[in-house]
Design a protein around this ligand. Structure first.
Ligand SMILES: Nc1ncnc2c1ncn2[C@@H]1O[C@H](COP(=O)(O)OP(=O)(O)O)[C@@H](O)[C@H]1O
Ligand SMILES: [Mg+2]
Length: 623
């Protein structure tokens, strides 16, 4: 065996310029990445107003002008050096970094692949100075306190990289995305963007409690705001706040998902997954939620130095973050949302109603005085086997009777009764969803509240009410079931029979009792209380189908929501069922008391507000 020949290349240290160009490969991918670094720097310098000017999608020019504290003349050249930063000086600083930058490599990297100039003035200077990075020339210039960085002809000296750039329009779109991300995080800072001399956006600085929502509508448009709910959740030192779009606002693409950790835009799987799982229950299929979420966390609990562009972070306790994000969004989506008015500044709620939190209990629990027989009319194919007995006990001013063995439970069973006179004296505005007026086309309930007209999709709404009740029972005492007066027998396949035989416990937990009559027939003996009026056989069949598809353990763990949702769908009030006014009111009150009542189980809205102003507009009636 012969030894290999000696290496023809001695080991040499790379020249600084080449090191920076290599670093630029990581940090600077396209004009938008330059822009991100320059915006970070401007914000770190305390700027309150930032102007971005672009030529040819940023390929010919990216200019970022800020009114921050500036850079002293003797520091201009230092700022351009590799690993030169004013933001950290030791490992401790790195571990609790609160600035956007800290690696001290952006300006050096950008300067190595473009023609960069740095113009700056501090309070201490009578005028600005400008430094040309290429030549190192420095001379006086005119500008106010602050800094302007101009980056021309990106990648002019690295043609291979330049080839990877897309059309100017695409590069511009990426640049605008970058500005949007920063602008959403800093509503207190004004932003203006120009392309080829034309103004694209001017977002003025906002202050006060509405700053975030005002900026949100600047950047994402008013529909985003009207179709989203406020998120605000704290768990120990961690806080998750922002806005989450309603299912109705969901999109085919994941292009309006903004997540921030301590003010820095990140793409993070933990957060994304936490949000996704909160939407699990209201967003089915491939639809993408829209959201702007800010996670504030102890800087020591997150490592921001895992990616050169800092777009990825690593959490010390990612489960805790996941849980917090999920709970935050889940809670926000669960609250009933009222008044989808176009103006975000206008309170959508009647003045007496709380803006957040659940509705006052006294308003919720109304529904005494409804007779079971009337409420029964709500239900789909009611089983003749079930006698609507016990209705006589449903007298006004009486506490509700406990569900009897034979009497079907009131689908809108309140937690306690209230004098019916309370109903008579109440103004329509006393309830967020108003007072029922009529039923339209056998599908919609029309109601009146202080803002105007409420239109409710009764099947969708009722389905959600039943579904949420099932979930609550499941999580609590277990699903309450009640025996059928006459068991409902049906022809069953061998698989269905086998499924019943092997899953007694799962069925029990789901509130179903099914017995095997013969190798080819089954009988449903009891069903969940809330579903007592539905078609017991259809219900049993679909639950058996789920059990066969997922297996009992899955149904009880992961697929439980799907299964409960299918169950609810079977029982919900069918279209074309005529409701009395009292029944409609009962449903409205139930909706107010139900989490996530704004959407049906398939993510469609259950109700809409049509304001008096909108009605006036329809009739061209000026006020
Ligand atoms: N717009 C600006 N205003 C004031 N100082 C700036 C600005 N941009 C850059 N600097 C200074 O230049 C230094 C180097 O910037 P940079 O290369 O982006 O590194 P980093 O931001 O990681 O510190 C910064 O630490 C800061 O002191
Ligand atoms: Mg920087």
């Amino acid at each position: 065996m012969t030894n290999p020949p000696p290496s023809p290349h001695p080991i040499r240290e790379l020249p600084d310029e080449l090191i920076s160009q290599i670093a630029a490969g990581e940090v600077v991918e396209r004009p938008a990445s330059v822009l991100r670094e320059l915006l970070d720097n401007a914000l770190d310098a305390g700027a309150m107003q930032i102007s971005v000017r672009l030529l040819a999608g940023g390929v010919r020019l990216i200019s970022v002008e800020d009114n921050g504290w500036g850079i002293a003349p003797e520091q201009l050249a230092v700022a351009l050096k590799r690993h030169a930063t004013s933001k950290i000086s030791n490992l401790q600083d790195l571990e609790s970094v609160s600035t956007m930058g800290f690696r001290g490599e952006a300006l050096a990297a950008i300067a190595s692949v473009s023609d960069l100039s740095l113009t700056s003035r501090t309070h201490a200077q009578p005028h600005a100075m400008v430094l040309q990075a290429r030549t190192g020339e420095i001379h006086p210039a005119a500008r106010e306190v602050g800094t302007t960085v101009e980056v021309q002809d990106l990648f002019f000296n690295t043609p291979a990289r330049r080839k990877f750039l897309k059309t100017d329009a695409t590069e511009l779109a990426h640049c605008l995305d970058t500005v949007r991300r920063h602008a959403l995080a800093r509503p207190d800072v004004g932003f203006s963007i120009w392309h080829e001399g034309k103004s694209l956006s001017q977002w003025r600085a906002h202050s006060g409690p509405d700053a975030v929502s005002l900026r949100m509508s600047d950047v994402l448009g008013e529909p985003f705001l009207t179709e989203s709910v406020r998120v605000n959740f704290s768990a120990g030192p961690m806080r998750v706040h922002g806005f989450a779009g309603t299912p109705a606002a969901s999109r085919a693409r994941a292009d309006q998902q903004f997540a921030y950790v301590n003010g820095r835009f990140v793409r993070d799987k933990v957060i994304a997954h936490g949000v996704r799982s909160a939407y699990d229950d209201v967003l089915h299929g491939q639809r993408q939620a829209v959201y702007v979420l800010f996670v504030e966390i102890d800087p020591a609990g997150v490592d921001v130095n895992v990616h050169p562009t800092k777009i990825e972070v690593r959490f010390r306790d990612s489960r805790e973050v996941h849980q917090a994000v999920r709970t935050a969004v889940d809670n926000a989506l669960a609250l009933p949302r009222l008044g989808q008015t176009a103006n975000p500044n206008e309170s959508p709620l009647p003045p007496s109603a709380p803006r957040t939190g659940s509705w006052p209990q006294t308003r919720l629990d109304w529904s005494a005085g409804h007779r079971v027989a009337e409420l029964d009319a709500l239900w789909g194919a009611a089983q003749p086997a079930i006698a609507p007995g016990g209705s006589a006990q449903w007298l006004q001013d009486q506490p509700l009777p406990p569900p009897s063995r034979v009497a079907p439970a009131n689908p809108f069973q309140p937690s306690h009764a209230e004098p019916a006179s309370a109903l008579a004296n109440s103004a329509p505005t006393d309830w967020p969803l108003g007072r029922a007026l009529a039923q339209l086309q056998g599908i919609y309930i029309l109601a009146e509240n202080e803002l105007g007209l409420i239109v409710v999709d009764m099947h969708a709404a009722h389905e959600r009410v039943v579904y949420e009740r099932l979930k609550t029972q499941w999580d609590g005492q277990g699903i309450e079931c009640q025996p059928l007066l006459i068991p409902a027998s049906f022809q069953a396949s061998a698989q269905e029979v086998a499924c019943v035989e092997s899953n007694p416990e799962a069925l029990h937990r789901l509130g179903l009792e099914i017995s095997v009559l013969s190798p080819a027939s089954l009988a449903v003996r009891s069903v969940p209380n809330s579903l007592a009026q539905g078609d017991a056989v259809a219900l049993a069949r679909s639950v058996l189908e789920d059990l066969q598809a997922h297996g009992a353990s899955q149904v009880l763990e992961r697929a439980r929501n799907e299964t409960l949702s299918t169950m609810a769908c079977h029982s919900a009030v069918r279209a074309n069922r005529r409701l009395t006014i009292d029944e409609m009111n009962a449903l409205l009150r139930q909706m107010e008391a139900t989490e996530r009542a704004d959407q049906c189980n398939h993510g469609r809205p259950t109700w809409r507000q049509i304001s008096v102003a909108e009605l006036d507009a329809l009739f061209m009636r000026g006020r």
